[in-house]
Design a protein around this ligand. Structure first.
Ligand code: SF4
Length: 255
């Protein structure tokens, strides 16, 4: 009985995202660092990052590969004049290079081509999509966030998004983990057994770049070396909104 009264008191908690803006989706998540606008490269900045995500380039700008950022906060803490947290959950990209901030110039045309190709391929999946999750060496944190997609706050069923236990019924492979060598063959078999059109999402910094553990005797540098990836989602772990953003991006339901 108490839960009936609690439900009546709290009302509907389910987000309206993406139909309506959600403050938590747009501003509330701090999981990735970024260089401040105009931040200049100095020797030693790269030493702040345990994953080697910070680099400098020929034009003296600091570049940060968010695909390698595990959100430890070391750079923001040590150099608040150069780095800051990035807010919001629109973190996924259809090209791996797009995760480098500030953007590398001259990638717009390639990006437009990739998005058009993906949009065309997934046209049939826009109203309803089934996802097969594959753990390719995850630490378990991404799985908690994926599970949250099914709770009453996110309730992805309202968007026609479902999880399936069989690759035969899947349209999307949502792959987590750094890509352990032991999972290379099962992942390849899952890919082979999934009908086309198919989208592969690399979910989390470990899946994108290997994170803290790569390269090692047991893992690859992310799953990109094992399967062709269509959408890259950084974050360690990515929030449920970031995962939802990736799924909607993959199916062409976002601008
Ligand atoms: S937050 Fe940590 S992992 Fe991310 S770029 Fe900064 S130092 Fe590297």
């Amino acid at each position: 009985m108490p839960w009936i009264f609690r439900g009546l008191r709290d009302g509907v908690l389910t987000t309206r995202y993406p139909r309506r803006p959600d403050p938590y989706a747009d501003d509330g998540v701090e999981s990735l660092a970024r260089p401040l606008p105009g931040a200049e490269w100095e020797p030693g900045l790269d030493g702040l990052c345990p994953t080697g995500a910070i680099t400098g380039d020929a034009d003296s700008m600091v570049r940060l590969d968010q695909g390698g950022c595990v959100g430890c906060g070391a750079c923001v803490l040590a150099r608040p004049d150069t780095f800051a947290w990035q807010h919001g959950s629109r973190q996924s990209r259809v090209d791996r290079a797009g995760l480098i901030v500030p953007e590398v110039p001259g990638t717009d045309e390639e990006l437009a081509r990739l998005r058009a190709e993906l949009g065309q391929r997934t046209k049939a999946l826009r109203r309803s999509v089934h996802i097969r999750h594959v753990d390719a060496g995850s630490d378990g944190s991404e799985e908690w966030e994926i599970l949250a997609l099914l709770n009453p706050v996110y309730d992805v069923h309202r968007l026609g998004i479902f999880f399936t236990a069989s690759p035969r019924h899947a349209d999307i492979l949502l792959v987590t983990g750094a890509g352990t060598h032991g999972m290379a063959a099962p992942l390849a078999r899952t890919l082979e057994g999934t009908p086309r059109p198919l989208v592969v999402i690399a979910a989390g910094t470990d899946a994108v770049s290997g994170g803290l553990v790569a390269p090692s005797y047991a893992t690859s540098n992310g799953i990109g070396s094992l399967v062709p990836v269509d959408v890259w989602v950084p974050g360690s772990p990515p929030s449920p909104f970031a995962l939802l953003h990736a799924i909607l991006l993959a199916t062409g339901r976002l601008r």
